[in-house]
Design a protein around this ligand. Structure first.
Ligand SMILES: NC(=O)c1ccc[n+]([C@@H]2O[C@H](COP(=O)([O-])OP(=O)(O)OC[C@H]3O[C@@H](n4cnc5c(N)ncnc54)[C@H](OP(=O)(O)O)[C@@H]3O)[C@@H](O)[C@H]2O)c1
Length: 380
């Protein structure tokens, strides 16, 4: 086994105790010896995505955080509300590693040729537990980055890019000819604008500020509707009329947005009907809630006939529906576009310790447009 991995490394952990306190801390964990087909990756960069925040913060109110520990080993403690604890029963008492995806350099390998071939290579991984200095994974989980590409560029190579490809795949599989996307100025939304243009897919973007409208138009979006504009509903009906979009991916989840989208899809469908039906149009309208940016109740005001569906959508479930060959093709598509179509941008880079300090916690927990953070575990 070739090796230059130390025997242990720092790892960020999230623990919910049975007395209802969330504790974030850094622990020194042993770096395991890779088996024949495994590699140890020195993690250089891992994004903080909304899905990571769910596990990291467990729904805690960061405004109520107590900061302690030392400069090298800070800690964060937040008392959780009783109603939040009810949904956390499965993780109480478990010190959980965090970070869905990231990239780094292979520093040690097992004896199998597939593993040995990766020594010294920059690779991206979506193996979980990426907010750590070292991560041991099977060689088959590594996506080799193009020669010379810094790990930082490949850090977000799975969650958001594969989701945009999955949205288009789902749209096509279910026979729709255009799609609607909400919270569309997100990192993912910006990728989707570029991907839909490349794929000639009609896309309607829903945002909530004029600045977000401008941002999306500047990267090539045609249809952008602002949900806070007084003309939102008529703007959305017009955009649906132009595109024929009958499927939506809603990252917001809470509030009336999903219902408004179904209502506008129905209005656009009814407008093209020649005969009146009191049951509404027969065109199937589908909204998938794929995020929880608004954690409040989803409010449906049923004024959209009877041919509709509302469901949840996860990229992992989509990927289970594709063949291994299709999966590899999607991954290679992402690699080819990591510095263009699938590029991510970050407002700040923070070490593992900095990620637990007040300013960083306040920053990344906002999930605001253009304010994604990158954890750089290799820097202390
Ligand atoms: N289901 C899946 O498989 C899957 C996979 C990947 C990503 N996702 C979801 O995709 C979404 C985007 O991820 P990302 O990494 O691209 O996010 P991001 O870059 O961090 O951007 C978050 C965006 O959400 C907006 N936002 C935040 N709270 C909002 C609210 N209450 N109402 C409306 N907009 C709000 C922000 O706009 P403001 O600046 O206006 O706050 C910002 O544009 C997330 O919800 C994530 O969970 C789901």
């Amino acid at each position: 086994m070739a090796t230059s991995a130390p025997s242990s490394g720092l790892e960020l952990r999230s623990l919910v105790s049975d007395d209802g306190v969330l504790e974030l801390s850094l622990v020194e964990s042993p770096v395991v010896d890779p088996t024949a087909t495994q590699v140890v990756v020195g993690v250089k960069a891992a994004p903080i995505n909304p899905s990571d925040l769910g596990l990291l913060l467990a729904g805690a109110d960061v405004g109520a955080a107590d900061f302690g520990g030392t400069a090298e080993r800070p800690t964060v403690r937040i008392t959780l509300e009783a109603r939040t604890m009810r949904s956390l029963a499965g993780r109480v008492g478990k010190s959980l590693p965090v970070g869905n995806e990231g990239a780094g350099v292979v520093v040690s390998t097992g004896s199998d040729p597939t593993a040995k071939a990766l020594l010294g290579k920059a690779v991206a991984i979506a193996g979980g537990a990426m907010y750590a200095e070292y991560r041991c994974v099977d060689a088959s989980q590594c996506l080799v980055l193009p020669e010379g590409m810094p790990p930082k560029v490949g850090a977000s190579s799975f969650v958001n890019p594969m989701t945009t490809l999955g949205m288009i795949g789902t749209m096509r599989n279910e026979g729709h000819k255009g799609l609607i996307h909400t919270a569309a100025a997100s990192n993912l939304g910006q990728m989707l604008v570029k991907l839909c243009n490349e794929e000639h897919v009609a896309l309607v973007n829903v945002v909530r500020t004029p600045a977000q409208e401008q941002l999306l138009r500047s990267i090539g979006a045609t249809h952008v509707c602002n949900s806070t504009a007084p003309t939102f509903m008529s703007d959305l009906i017009d955009a649906i009329g132009d595109t024929g979009a009958t499927i939506a991916f809603d990252a917001v989840g809470g509030g009336p947005l999903a219902s408004q989208i179904l209502t506008c899809m129905e209005a656009a469908s009814v407008a093209s009907m020649t005969d009146y039906s009191r049951y509404g149009s027969t065109t199937h309208k589908q909204v998938y809630i794929y995020g929880g940016l608004d954690t409040g109740p989803t409010v449906l005001t049923r004024s959209f006939g009877f041919a509709w569906g509302l469901g949840g959508w996860l990229v992992s479930s989509f990927l289970q529906s594709v063949s291994p060959a299709e999966f590899q093709a999607l991954r290679q598509r992402v690699v080819a576009g990591l510095d263009s179509t699938f590029a991510s941008s970050y407002t700040k880079e923070v070490s593992l310790a900095e990620a637990l300090r007040p300013a960083a916690l306040a920053g990344y927990s906002k999930k605001a447009t253009g304010e994604k953070y990158l954890v750089t575990p290799g820097s202390r």
